[in-house]
Write a new protein. Structure first.
Length: 195
């Protein structure tokens, strides 16, 4: 069966969806949504284009998001300000999501499993990190030492993903533990803490 869909139909659908998004959201909401998925530095112009707003408006909202800690700024090759999602805001978002979906007991169990999985990688490959494994294997390849075991890119990705998820889970557990004590605003003798 032949697909007779005209590519222009897709362009029209994309444009219609974009117009609907623009009509139903504010420029601030669109800029925030775009930058929330931006992990490498980009210009305000690039954000503006995707967020369907002007560069000046995008810059204003990006600066506000920077003040709030949601965005981090840098300097591009030509001296322009670049923006990307703040790693701290991503950690907070991910840990909040974990705490909403997983009980503390289940989180402790999953952390234990992930630690064991990382330890298995370390024992199997004889290095502490996936980056060390890449360096070691590259060096072996360059020296033509063909005695090393083969590995694939999927192994590296799985190790990196497990390590990243473990970091998020540990952060979530730390926040859960801290939250237990935040609600207790009195000293051991029952008096209120000084502000």
């Amino acid at each position: 069966m032949e697909d007779s869909t005209d590519p222009e139909e897709f362009e029209n659908v994309n444009e219609a969806v974009g117009e609907e998004w623009e009509a139903e959201t504010t420029p601030h909401e669109r800029v925030r949504e775009v930058i929330s998925r931006t992990y490498t530095p980009v210009s305000a112009d690039a954000v503006a284009d995707t967020a369907r707003t002007s560069p000046k408006t995008a810059r204003k909202h990006l600066d506000t998001l920077d003040d709030e800690g949601f965005v981090t700024t840098g300097t591009g090759e030509n001296g322009e300000t670049t923006y990307r999602r703040s790693p701290e805001s991503l950690v907070v978002e991910q840990t909040a999501d974990i705490l909403d979906r997983v009980s503390t007991d289940e989180l402790i169990s999953r952390i234990s499993e992930m630690r064991e999985h990382v330890s298995d990688f370390q024992a199997e490959y004889g290095v502490e990190s996936p980056e060390e494994l890449l360096v070691e294997r590259t060096n072996q390849t360059l020296s033509e030492a063909a005695t090393h075991r083969e590995f694939d890119a999927e192994t590296i990705r799985e190790w990196q993903t497990t390590r990243r998820n473990l970091a998020f889970a540990n952060a979530a557990l730390s926040i859960a533990n801290a939250e237990r004590f935040v609600g207790d605003e009195s000293t051991p003798n029952g008096s209120a803490l000084a502000q």
